[in-house]
Each structure stands twice: as structure tokens, then as C-alpha cells.
Ligand binder design. Structure first.
Ligand SMILES: O=P(O)(O)OP(=O)(O)OP(=O)(O)OC[C@H]1O[C@@H](n2cnc3c(O)ncnc32)[C@H](O)[C@@H]1O
Ligand SMILES: [Mg+2]
Length: 202
């Protein structure tokens, strides 16, 4: 039987990464882009976890299936953790990666490399039709570079430098990113619960 996992996102970058991850486990990934109706979830929580739970629960209750949701973003130390939960809309409602990256560079202009430390954060929430919801969090440390580099990935990847690889996140293939990203680290934590939950719930 071909098992399916539903991800409550319309972000194509996230969908591509989840597909690569779950395909290895023999699961098919479906997302909000596969639904005929548009379901909007207002992300008004104060934490990544709150927003992920709200996305998973709202969509899960609507479609009556197990649903995984991701709320993620970038925390920059020199900006006191901004853009944080507002990462998608940092430069406005249009949610443009290009505009967000431009704004980030402007906000950090004059900040030296040693003070440009940052981390990607990913909270995953999983909702089961029994009403049970669980969350996990993964992070990935790096440095915000002075120039954009690389054309893989999405969002802030072209500005996110990984010192241990001497590469930008946007220079990694999906498979490479899926070994070390915040999303990958959260998914690894989820895998511990996954076995147990999927036995009874999927
Ligand atoms: O709510 P959904 O439909 O999932 O899509 P979204 O894009 O609105 O998702 P979020 O509210 O979780 O915002 C995540 C933003 O954080 C950034 N981000 C998250 N993960 C990232 C990654 O792996 N690489 C680069 N930027 C990332 C990027 O700007 C995303 O738009
Ligand atoms: Mg969002």
C-alpha cells in the first residue's frame, strides 16, 4: 500500500524538501497545492510551534487526515532574533524571497562578519484525527554573508553561509541540505515518534 503524508504548506521550497525526505521512506507527499479549495490559516501565534500547531490542526480537522505542518524562519543575533516568525513577510505581504534578502542585507549593513551569526529554526507539528498534536524543533547555525550566492533552495538560503562546509546553503543540492538543515534536524526528531504514531494512526 502506498502511504501518504499530507503537509499543510503551499511553500514550494518546503514541499520539494519534504518530498525528497519522505520518498526515501516510501511515502507520497501531498500538500495544500493538491487541494481543490483554498484553506487559509492566519499565522498569529507568538512562536514557531504555535503557528505550526495551528496550521496542522486547522487543515487536519478540515480534511480529516493526519497532517504535518512546518513553521520556520531565520533568527539573526545582531537583529535580536528578527525576522523570526515574520521571516516569510519580512519585506511585506508579497512574501518575496528577493525582497526579504535585500532587506536583510540593508538591516545588516556595516555589521562585521563575526557579528552576523544566525540560525534557521523549524518547528514541525503533526496532527492526528484522534485530536493528538505533537511538535518538534530543529535548528541550523550559520552566518549571514555580505553577498548572495547559489541558486538552489529557497528563502534566505543564498545569504546563509555554513562555515563547516565553506558553502552557502543555496549551493547545496536538496539531498545535501536534507542532511543538515533545520528542517532535516526536526524531521530526525520526528522519526523517533513517527514509527509509533504511524502504527496506530496512518
Ligand atoms: O505557511 P506555509 O504555507 O508553510 O509557507 P510560508 O512560506 O508562509 O512559511 P513560514 O510562515 O513557515 O515562513 C517560512 C519563511 O522562512 C524562511 N525559511 C524557512 N525555511 C527556510 C529554508 O530552509 N531556507 C531558507 N529560508 C527558509 C523563508 O523566508 C520562508 O518563507
Ligand atoms: Mg506562512
Amino acid at each position: 500500500m502506498n502511504k501518504e503524508i499530507f503537509i499543510a504548506t503551499r511553500n514550494k521550497g518546503k514541499i520539494a524538501e519534504f518530498k525528497a525526505f519522505f520518498q526515501q521512506k516510501g511515502l507520497t507527499v501531498k500538500s495544500l497545492l493538491d487541494l481543490p479549495e483554498e484553506i487559509d490559516v492566519v499565522e498569529d501565534g507568538n512562536t514557531f510551534e504555535d503557528n505550526a500547531m495551528k496550521k496542522a490542526e486547522t487543515i487536519g480537522k478540515r480534511i480529516g487526515k493526519a497532517v504535518l505542518a512546518d513553521d520556520s524562519g531565520l533568527e539573526v543575533d545582531a537583529l535580536n532574533g528578527k525576522p523570526g516568525i515574520f521571516s516569510a513577510r519580512y519585506a511585506g505581504e508579497a512574501k518575496s524571497d528577493e525582497a526579504n534578502n535585500k532587506k536583510l542585507l540593508t538591516e545588516l549593513s556595516g555589521v562585521p562578519d563575526k557579528d552576523r551569526t544566525a540560525r534557521f529554526v523549524c518547528a514541525l507539528a503533526i496532527y492526528f484525527p484522534t485530536g493528538k498534536v505533537k511538535t518538534v524543533r530543529g535548528t541550523c547555525d550559520g552566518i549571514i554573508s555580505q553577498t548572495l550566492e547559489g541558486d538552489h533552495g529557497f528563502g534566505y538560503d543564498p545569504l546563509f553561509y555554513l562555515p563547516q562546509l565553506d558553502k552557502m546553503m543555496a549551493e547545496l543540492t536538496k539531498e545535501e541540505k536534507n542532511k543538515l538543515s533545520h528542517r532535516a534536524n526536526a524531521l530526525v526528531k520526528l522519526a523517533d515518534y513517527w514509527e509509533e504514531w504511524s502504527k496506530e494512526n496512518i
